[in-house]
Design a protein around this ligand. Structure first.
Ligand code: HEM
Length: 451
């Protein structure tokens, strides 16, 4: 489909007067976005907030055009990313253009499917060790805070694989605490992108304090020396040239460590926490999942050899990321004027793309609000690549997608081969958005030993 036509014959995008919805946007941003998606009905629309009017892109062809087909014209940045600039700086998650290309090129080899395969055993080791924390509560029947559990396991794995254990337990705890305050403090920034950067928002002080913690630890890590024989990301970056060809600057290292640490830990933890209440509400999925894990892993410790046979477990994870795409929104800025499907996109236009809207659209999915892993069963028609994009697409495709896929499989298979869920908070928690979607209420589970 040729999307670009001449600028002369192009029309203006339809406008949705969202300034009327600001109170509901602040109360429940995801609901507001879903509603605007419905009103857009596949057309390109402008979200008129008076102080700014980003373009909302929802149709798969249009998403494809921006993220891949004409990606050079759509720079990563804009109203979703600018509030996160203090956190991610000019690293892989903050920059675009040559500086971004440089970071991506250097890091890419660590995150390919091939490389992740090489580190599967180590990852399984971290996960099995992290799951030991459940033994005591499984014996006593004490409730476990799922967010705390996932955060401690994922942090251990991420710190081990990416930072080669060179972040201490205390540093990791402080970073986790800072991330936990950072996410809610980002909300006022992320949902009011139309306000100028200098405009004071609630929780600005908390946000600044959390950034200070990131700065302190990430600069400390950046001052480390490469160690002979280590093959972690830290060693790779310490030995790499900076974007100007000289030795890497402490700031460039800090920005890249913050981006990878933030993205790797926060997104994975958020996704896994959502799954437990879903399983409580879908006993048939829970039963099928544990039956597969019993058959494939049994009483063994989960390891790489089990991964290829965890077919249904993978379906559950794929559906989890459809139903609750924790990377719910991202933005781009049009470098130059463009025309998409006859609609004019002016130079400098802010573009919003939301997996949350796309994955839950009646227009592109059958029963989108139902959690149904059978959508991803072998032989089922594959979803449109641009109606299902939990990891984005094109040049900025999530670098951690293979890491997540392996980590999530090992985590679920490790958890359910060793423990049985006795009780979980069943109702769907209130959704809170920042850089990811987190549950507002604590999600607790009670487990018992599986055998
Ligand atoms: C549930 C898990 C995850 C989800 C849903 C997720 C989602 C995303 C999305 C949607 C993007 C694209 C943003 C855009 O196009 O503007 C992205 C980029 C990125 N993700 Fe993930 N991510 C996850 C896990 C991870 C992990 C485990 C890592 C660890 C390295 C990671 C690191 C990154 C980085 C560095 C980028 C920026 C890539 C670039 O611009 O070149 N993510 N992620």
């Amino acid at each position: 489909m040729a999307l670009s036509t001449s600028v002369k014959s192009a029309v203006k995008a339809r406008s949705l007067p969202i300034y009327r919805d600001i109170p509901s946007l602040l109360r429940d941003p995801l609901n507001s976005f879903a509603e605007w998606g419905r009103q857009a009905d596949g057309e390109i629309v402008r979200l008129d907030a008076k102080v700014c009017s980003p373009y909302l892109i929802t149709a798969p062809d249009h998403v494809q055009h921006i993220l891949r087909g004409n990606q050079d014209n759509y720079a990563r940045g804009g109203i979703f990313y600018s509030p996160l600039k203090d956190l991610f700086g000019d690293g892989i998650l903050g920059a675009d253009g040559d500086t971004w290309v440089h970071s991506r090129r250097i890091m890419q080899p660590m995150f390919t499917a091939r490389h992740i395969k090489l580190i599967q055993s180590r990852m399984a080791g971290f996960i099995n060790e992290g799951l030991n924390a459940l033994e005591e509560p499984a014996r006593t029947g004490a409730p476990v805070d799922v967010d705390d559990l996932m955060a401690s396991i994922v942090t251990k794995a991420v710190v081990g694989l990416i930072f080669g254990q060179r972040i201490s337990r205390e540093q990791a705890d402080e970073l986790t605490a800072a991330t936990n305050t950072l996410i809610p403090s980002m909300i006022p920034r992320v949902v009011t992108p139309f306000l100028p950067e200098w405009f004071p928002r609630p929780k600005d002080r908390v946000f600044a304090e959390a950034i200070k913690v990131f700065d302190k630890h990430m600069y400390e890590v950046a001052a480390a020396r490469p160690r002979e024989g280590d093959d972690d990301l830290l060693t790779l970056l310490l030995g790499a040239p900076g974007p100007d060809g000289g030795p890497p600057s402490p700031k460039w290292l800090r920005d890249n460590f913050s981006g990878v640490y933030g993205a790797a830990s926060e997104s994975t933890v958020s996704a896994m926490v959502w799954l437990m209440p879903i399983l409580a509400r879908h006993p048939e999925v829970h039963a099928k999942l544990t039956a597969e894990i019993d058959e494939v892993v049994g009483a063994d410790e989960v390891g790489p050899e089990h991964l290829p046979r965890l077919v249904y477990t993978k379906q559950v994870i794929d559906e989890l990321l459809r139903y609750m795409p924790v990377g719910w929104l991202f933005s781009r800025v049009a470098v130059d004027e463009d025309v998409i499907d006859g609609v004019r996109i002016p130079r400098g236009a802010d573009i919003l793309i939301s997996p949350f809207i796309s994955h839950r659209s009646e227009k592109y999915w059958d029963r989108p609000l139902e959690f149904d892993p059978e959508r991803f069963a072998p032989g089922a028609p594959p979803p449109n690549r641009y109606s299902y994009f939990p990891f984005g697409a094109g040049g900025h495709l999530c670098i951690g997608n293979h890491l997540f896929a392996t980590e999530a499989l090992l985590l679920l298979a490790g958890l359910f081969s060793r423990f049985r869920l006795v009780n979980v908070t069943p109702s769907e928690p209130t959704r809170v958005v920042g850089a990811t979607i987190k549950p507002l209420e604590k999600v607790e589970m009670v487990v018992r030993p599986a055998r």
